[in-house]
Design a protein around this ligand. Structure first.
Ligand code: PEP
Ligand code: MN
Length: 360
């Protein structure tokens, strides 16, 4: 894949002709299962073979991983297939065992990234390592926690760093297991443009049917690679059964994904692009102008309500606006999800403006 990053990273050193692929089961279950999946991925584009050895389960009573024994199975994978291996580490003991057993790539799970104590412990245990270390986003959409983890690892002189975007949990039920919030990953990329970023469509979707689509979006957004959970008998996997794909399906996915160029020097393309971008810039300015006017009107309402001692929020009016805007939005090709989010944000800002007037 073309790479516009300025600093040469561990990923550039790999000289790949395709996005990086990390694949393998959610959990190592048995030696036979680990080796069977590894052998079926051996002659594919898979670069790292993943398997969870210690599984952070949200609720107790689920399969929590085979533990250190599984690291021996990963060593067998290296020996029998030549593939490099990857596993999740969540504390100092995990790090020490993984390093002792020559695991090539270590990732930090979403439930660990939320905890600065855990991250610091892992960073201290990894100090100065030249292993590849990937940091998953925290379970909650908090960019600062993700950045903080990266900073702690950099400070521990870990040179071969990268991140994994695996989506964020939400209170509301959505079609995703963890909503992608792509803008978070994009923001992280703009803060650390040289940090390789891998997408994990398995944990974002939670459903194998949706994986291709999310993976394609990631590549369209210039992600450097993918981590996809793969199992020979997905339905009977001991963890994350619904989201794992077979090795055959993984090969199809990798074959059908389109890797797009970052740009094209062709003059006509660049002219058309600047023209469209100029139009977008104009519209963005108009959007701000319009929103500013809307807030001025809200302030007028605030003043009026204040004079008559009326509450800021009138739920019935607000529900009526939302319902109408969703229908209107539909006729303009805007999704309900987007219209809802946008109007919730606008409404909040309006309330803030009204409050300011009322309190002044
Ligand atoms: C995993 O990769 O199997 C895993 C537990 O992921 P996450 O930390 O993203 O939930
Ligand atoms: Mn999993």
């Amino acid at each position: 894949m073309e790479n516009s990053k300025k600093m040469r990273t561990w990923l550039d050193e790999m000289n790949l002709t395709h996005p990086l692929v990390i694949a393998g089961p959610c959990s190592a279950e048995t030696e036979e299962q680990v080796l069977k999946i590894a052998h079926s991925l051996k002659d594919t584009d898979v670069n790292y073979y993943r398997a969870g050895i210690w599984k952070p389960r949200t609720r107790p009573g689920n399969f929590e991983g085979v533990g250190a024994l599984g690291l021996k199975w990963l060593q067998k994978v290296q020996k029998e297939t030549g593939m490099k291996t990857a596993t999740e580490v969540a504390n100092r003991a995990h790090v020490e065992l993984a390093l002792e057993h020559d695991v090539d790539l270590l990732w930090i799970g979403a439930r660990s990234t939320v905890s600065p104590f855990i991250i610091q412990e892992i960073a201290d245990a990894l100090k100065g390592t030249d292993k590849i270390v990937l940091v998953k986003n925290p379970v909650n959409p908090d960019l600062a926690l993700w950045l903080g983890a990266i900073e702690r690892l950099y400070a521990a002189d870990i040179k071969n760093l990268g991140v994994i975007h695996r989506g964020f949990s939400t209170f509301e039920k959505t079609k995703y297991r963890n909503i992608p919030e792509w803008q978070m990953a994009i923001e992280l990329q703009s803060k650390y443009p040289d940090l390789p970023i891998i997408n994990d469509p398995s944990h974002i979707t939670g459903k194998r049917d949706m994986i291709f689509d999310v993976a394609q979006t990631a590549l369209d957004l210039n992600f450097d690679g993918l981590m996809i959970e793969t199992h020979c008998d997905p339905d009977n996997a001991w963890s994350d059964a619904a989201q794992q794909v077979t090795p055959e399906r993984l090969v199809e996915i990798m074959r059908d994904l389109k890797v797009r160029k970052e740009s094209d020097p062709e003059e006509k393309y660049n002219k058309e692009l600047s023209n469209l971008r100029a139009q977008i810039d104009i519209i963005d300015n108009q959007l701000l102008e319009t929103l500013g006017k809307r807030m001025k009107l809200a302030e007028g309402i605030g003043a009026l309500k204040s004079k008559h001692n009326v509450a800021v929020l009138q739920s019935s009016r607000w529900n009526e606006i939302l319902g109408r805007m969703i229908l209107e939005g539909e006729t303009k090709g805007l999704s309900e999800e987007f219209v809802l989010r946008m109007f919730k944000a606008i409404h909040q800002e309006s309330i803030n403006h009204q409050e300011k007037v009322i309190k002044s």
